[in-house]
Design a protein around this ligand. Structure first.
Ligand code: GLN
Length: 545
């Protein structure tokens, strides 16, 4: 039977609770335990798929095609697991199920209430993940902050799970902020005391408290928290802001959290093996030369919108002995200022996924710049579609070539709707989602980068390469280097004569791990690191090692 760790947040949001959960997962996995993770999101959307990236950041796509919270990306990267739709539950899902049960007469005329009907469904989802994953430990993160109105049924549900599965099988961790007052030079514990009081008022007594602050939490503060919050002093853990998030599992292990969890849950006391993680962190801390990559996108003011891309670039840098410096460029700025100045220092250009037409012309200009200046280019989903439009316009001379997403009445839609997408009226969960197989053409860059002929990668899109233009584009040097196994869908394109200009209809960034960078990102950085940019002049290509 699985054991459960429940993680709540206190005082403020954005404390790095997701990182703490991912780190706990990593620490336990390093002790030979199998782990699954569940994010409970108290908002009323059914999933984040329809939410603006400005509101929510990246939508993380699981292998089975569910659109989930970006914290699942942290979990997958840290723990190196593949999660499914079972790992993200929202209030929207729970309430819609309760209401459709009610409409179907399943409650036999009873009055439907938050407790027990809503809380029962939340509990069912927690126990279902344990059952399906058969994990030794299921770590459950409750989104938001204790005291939020919409979070209350979730806290009530995790309280009840203790009675269902037994005290010895549950452990509650509260992650909280200790504000620092510069005038007195102190970390204040009072907000934490209040937050724990709120939690206890709802019947949940934390077993450990993680104290977030920019600095270490001293012994005095820890003792005070232990006393007021009724937690063992050694279970009040200091979690300062560290140089990189990948240090968090090592830090928490050093602080003794691993042993506290193992003892608290009576799990086998195997010594943790964090060697390979330690290696990653050491390389990350090294002073490696920088490689600048321009990320040309629509939502660059909110970098969380591209979280997995940022992490995949970082992983690729770690394995190429380079620090990847991302130059965030708003595609609209390229429309106004042209590419020459903005992209003059980029050793590689990446165009990530995106939706809607704002900034698309700027991205097309950036793709043209990459192609003409021999700067490595990696296009992800939208970035692949942009690359095709650019090539059709400037190499085939189809000057009005475009994507139906830009112009629904286009005469030359080189990127068109996927079958069935045009007729859809519901926007939620209706894209082409999840993993699909892809076969590579021999002798192509993508085939070489992967070192394999077949892969499965994650998708999230409505539009696709229009095969009516395939022959012309291929003859002009834009190769369809990856397709669905039956050859009907173009999944990867590359410019034959370019050092590295590759676009994938899928999202490789979701599959990258610190210890296993994604092959496309790794190759992109390997080529980019040999590009020299001088005073905005054209690049010089050195020998590629
Ligand atoms: N908007 C494009 C589509 O729907 C690209 C999607 C994406 O980049 N994820 O096909």
């Amino acid at each position: 039977m699985s054991k459960f760790i429940f993680v709540t947040g206190g005082v403020v949001s954005s404390l790095g609770k997701g990182i703490a959960v991912a780190s706990i997962g990593r620490m336990l996995k390093s002790r030979d335990l199998s782990i699954s993770v569940l994010k409970l999101d108290p908002y009323l959307n059914v999933d984040p798929g329809t939410m603006s990236p400005y509101q929510h950041g990246e939508v993380f796509v699981t292998v089975d095609g569910s659109e989930t919270d970006l914290d699942l990306g942290h979990y997958e990267r840290f723990i190196d697991v593949e999660l499914t739709e079972l790992s993200n539950v929202t209030a929207g899902q729970i309430y819609s199920e309760v209401i459709s049960n009610e409409r179907a007469g399943k409650y036999l005329g009873g009055t439907i209430q938050t407790v027990p009907h809503v809380t029962n469904l939340i509990k069912e989802r927690i126990l279902k993940l344990a059952d399906k994953s058969q994990a030794d430990v299921v770590v459950v993160e409750v989104g938001g902050t204790v005291g939020d109105i919409e979070g209350q049924p979730f806290v009530e549900a995790i309280r009840q799970v203790r009675n269902t599965v037994g005290q010895a099988n549950t452990f509650y961790v509260h992650v909280t902020l200790l504000p620092y007052l510069g005038a007195t030079g102190e970390l204040k514990t009072k907000p934490t005391q209040h937050s724990v009081n709120t939690l206890r008022g709802m019947g949940v007594q934390p077993d450990a408290i993680l104290c977030r602050a920019d600095q270490e939490t001293g012994d005095d503060e820890r003792k005070k928290i232990a006393l007021y919050c009724d937690v063992k002093p050694e279970a009040v853990i200091s979690l300062p802001t560290l140089t990189t998030v990948y240090e968090v599992p090592l830090h928490l292990e050093n602080e003794g959290l691993g042993d506290i969890l193992i003892n608290g849950l009576k799990l086998p006391d195997t010594a943790p093996d964090l060697k390979s993680w330690q290696t990653i962190v050491s390389v990350d801390r090294e002073e490696n030369p920088e490689t600048e990559i321009a990320l040309v996108g629509k939502y660059v003011e909110l970098q969380d919108s591209y979280l997995s891309v940022v992490e995949a670039l970082r992983h690729a840098g770690l394995h190429n002995q380079r620090k990847v410096k991302i130059n965030w460029i708003a595609a609209e700025d390229i429309e106004q200022q042209g590419p020459d100045q903005l992209l003059s220092s980029a050793c590689g250009i990446i165009i990530p996924g995106g939706f809607g037409k704002r900034g698309l012309e700027g991205m097309i200009t950036a793709a043209n710049y990459a192609r003409k200046s021999n700067i490595p280019y990696l296009g992800l989903c939208l970035g692949m579609q942009i690359m095709v439009v650019e090539y059709a316009r400037n190499e085939l001379g189809i000057t009005d070539a475009t994507s139906l997403e830009i112009d629904p009445k286009a005469a030359n839609p080189v990127i068109s709707f996927m079958p069935g997408q045009k007729e859809l009226h519901s926007t939620g969960g209706t894209m082409r989602l999840g993993v699909y197989p892809c076969a590579f053409k021999d002798g192509t860059k993508v085939r070489q980068a992967y070192g394999r002929e077949h892969v499965e990668e994650r998708h999230r899109h409505r539009y696709e390469f229009n095969n009516d233009y395939r022959l012309q584009l291929e003859e002009a040097g834009l190769v369809a280097s990856g397709t669905s196994p039956d050859g009907s869908l173009v999944e990867v394109t590359e410019v034959y004569s370019h050092p590295f200009m590759v676009g994938s209809q899928f999202h490789p960034e979701f599959a990258s791990r610190p210890e296993r960078p994604h092959p496309l990102f790794k190759e992109f950085i390997r080529i980019s690191k040999s590009v020299l940019r001088e005073g905005g002049q054209h690049d010089l290509f050195q020998d590629q090692d």
